[in-house]
Design a protein around this ligand. Structure first.
Ligand SMILES: Cc1cc2nc3c(=O)[nH]c(=O)nc-3n(C[C@H](O)[C@H](O)[C@H](O)COP(=O)(O)OP(=O)(O)OC[C@H]3O[C@@H](n4cnc5c(N)ncnc54)[C@H](O)[C@@H]3O)c2cc1C
Length: 520
């Protein structure tokens, strides 16, 4: 097979005047680029590393209104998120499914309290509600979560939200963008802004694989770089004050036996005043998250030992048997791009998104959540049409089916591909498993390189397949064979393969459960 990158790079570097250039390939940037291309604006998206390399592959995997935001009184945010949840459920049924969440109660008076709150949650979803919440007795509660601690248990409330695979949705949005005629490049960091008469008229970017530099001209430039937005804003105005106050959230992944069945556990108030979820995900159990202010914004944030201890301790308050540190299969950490507000702690900062335009016309989009990526994109493109003097055109994404659209009839790992799954089955290695503990086969690696812009072992094992997040040690064992297939597909030599495996081993070591303590 020939390498598909040069043809894509030729499109990205052609002498085109783009209508909209988007910097950043996470939820915000991809949502914005799909919005722009679906309105027939010429659209270029540039991603420094890989799609969803940042926060967008490290979420709790919920498409939700946010019960916590309801408790905080952010009614507008909850209503908007529930609406978007319903749209995404329709537009990407291969990636989003309904999931029951149980709020267990050990005090009788709490049952009506949570019951009324969750009825309000149902009501705010309007006609896009998934399934109505309901109260459960003690026995039914234990049927849903047999490992729930039963002594003094009174019952629970069952409500429904959406669940998804965050990095797979990012890849699907990139494919949707290309289906619509847009161009998306990964391994293409923006290194500078081009200005003319004080206005931003384009960007400078590099091809990380060759080191070559290019310029792209655009009528509007949108900075959607998540926790890195301030770095891009400084390219525009070197002395500008930061707009973000980042905090990190840690998840641990453990075996399915700690949460058998298909119902998630939602703890509405942990000892530090947060919400904690234990969620079945890709045949494992995901437990998170924390909220720890961080001083430094880095690409691979690491969990603190205290954060892992907190997750294990809180899980042990509810689950029997409870996971221990030695049961952890993977630990991953994401940074929240929270917009600064003086005098508040990060837990209570708004998850609503922010759009700002600088004096030179650079648009910055930040905040929000995965669930609201479409609305964020719509708002950003509306603003870009004004800033860039583009002809206004109405949004169509509320009903736009995403790449691979197919009804989801079950839950195995093939469903994330939607109607592409049949084509992957026809590739070589469709019946050759990469590891006995994970469902992935060799054909998926070939598919990832040919059609999903995977360039490295990490791109494959972290975001095309979710091996790194599901079982870091298993992903290390898979790395040599994945490097071999990549080398075959891309025409690389043995030295490249060896270097790829070494780099991935180091990265995956950070997802094993021995955290590297870092001062805040
Ligand atoms: C712990 C945690 C749990 C969460 N759980 C949920 C959840 O369950 N549901 C939900 O709806 N939301 C959730 N969120 C929120 C959601 O994940 C984020 O709001 C969202 O992923 C942010 O996306 P983004 O595109 O703004 O940022 P990112 O995903 O960080 O994307 C920014 C991208 O910009 C790229 N970039 C940086 N600099 C450059 C440059 N110079 N040139 C080109 N590209 C560049 C980066 O490589 C990165 O890929 C969670 C967040 C956290 C932290």
């Amino acid at each position: 097979m020939s390498d598909p990158r040069p043809a894509r790079l030729a499109k990205a570097t052609a002498d085109t005047l783009w209508d909209i250039i988007v910097i950043g390939g996470g939820a915000s940037g991809l949502g914005t680029a799909v919005e722009a291309a679906s309105r027939s604006y010429r659209t270029l998206l540039l991603e420094a590393h890989d799609y969803a390399k940042g926060t967008s592959s490290r979420s709790t995997k919920l498409v939700h209104g946010g019960v916590r935001y309801l408790a905080q009184g952010h009614i507008h945010l909850v209503r908007e998120s529930l609406h978007e949840r319903g749209l995404l459920r329709r537009n990407a049924p291969h990636l989003v499914h309904d999931l029951g969440f149980l709020v267990a109660t050990y005090q009788m008076w709490r049952l009506p309290f949570y019951g009324i709150g969750l009825k309000l949650y149902d009501l705010l979803a309007g006609k896009l509600n998934l399934r109505p919440s309901r109260a459960l007795g003690r026995k039914a509660t234990l049927t849903h979560i047999p490992t729930l601690k039963s002594s003094r248990l009174k019952g629970g409330i069952l409500y429904f939200d959406g669940q998804f695979d965050d990095a797979r949705l990012a890849i699907t949005l990139m494919r949707t963008l290309e289906d619509l005629g847009g161009v998306a490049m990964n391994a293409a960091p923006v290194t500078g802004l081009v200005k003319s008469d004080g206005r931003v008229t384009g960007v400078r970017f590099a091809d990380s694989e060759t080191g070559a530099s290019y310029t792209a001209r655009g009528r509007a430039v949108i900075n959607a770089t998540g926790v890195f937005v301030d770095a891009i804003r400084r390219l525009d105005e070197p002395d500008i004050a930061p707009m973000l106050t980042p905090s990190q959230g840690v998840h641990i992944v453990v075996d399915r036996r700690f949460l058998p069945g298909n119902t998630a556990l939602m703890v509405p108030r942990t000892s530090d005043g947060r919400v904690l979820f234990a969620v079945p995900w890709h045949d494992r159990t995901l437990i998170g998250t924390t909220d720890t202010p961080v001083a430094e914004v880095i690409e691979e944030p690491r969990a603190l030992a205290t954060e892992i201890d907190f997750l294990l301790k809180t899980a042990a308050d509810y689950l029997d048997p409870a996971p221990r540190r030695s049961d952890i299969l993977s630990v991953f950490t994401g940074l929240r791009p929270l917009v600064k507000a003086e005098g508040t702690d990060t837990k209570s900062l708004s998850r609503e998104h922010d759009l700002v335009v600088s004096g030179s016309g650079l648009i910055t989009l930040t905040g929000g959540k995965w669930t609201t990526y479409r609305q964020m994109g719509e708002d950003a493109v509306d603003l870009a049409t004004e800033t860039g003097g583009l002809p206004p055109r109405p949004s169509v994404t509320a009903t736009l089916r995403l790449h691979g659209w197919a009804e989801n009839s079950g839950r195995n790992h093939w469903h994330v591909y939607g109607h592409d799954a049949a084509e992957i089955h026809a590739l070589p290695g469709a019946d050759v498993h990469l590891h006995p503990h994970l469902p992935y086969v060799e054909a998926e690696v070939r598919w990832a390189v040919r059609f999903e812009q995977a360039r490295t072992v990490e791109d494959v094992l972290a975001r095309r397949l979710r091996a790194l997040f599901l079982d870091a040690a298993a992903s290390q064992a898979m790395a040599p064979r994945v490097a071999e297939i990549l080398a075959e597909e891309l025409g690389r030599d043995t030295a490249w393969q060896v270097a790829q495996v070494r780099t991935f081993m180091d990265l995956a070591a950070g997802y094993l459960s021995s955290p590297n303590q870092r001062a805040v």
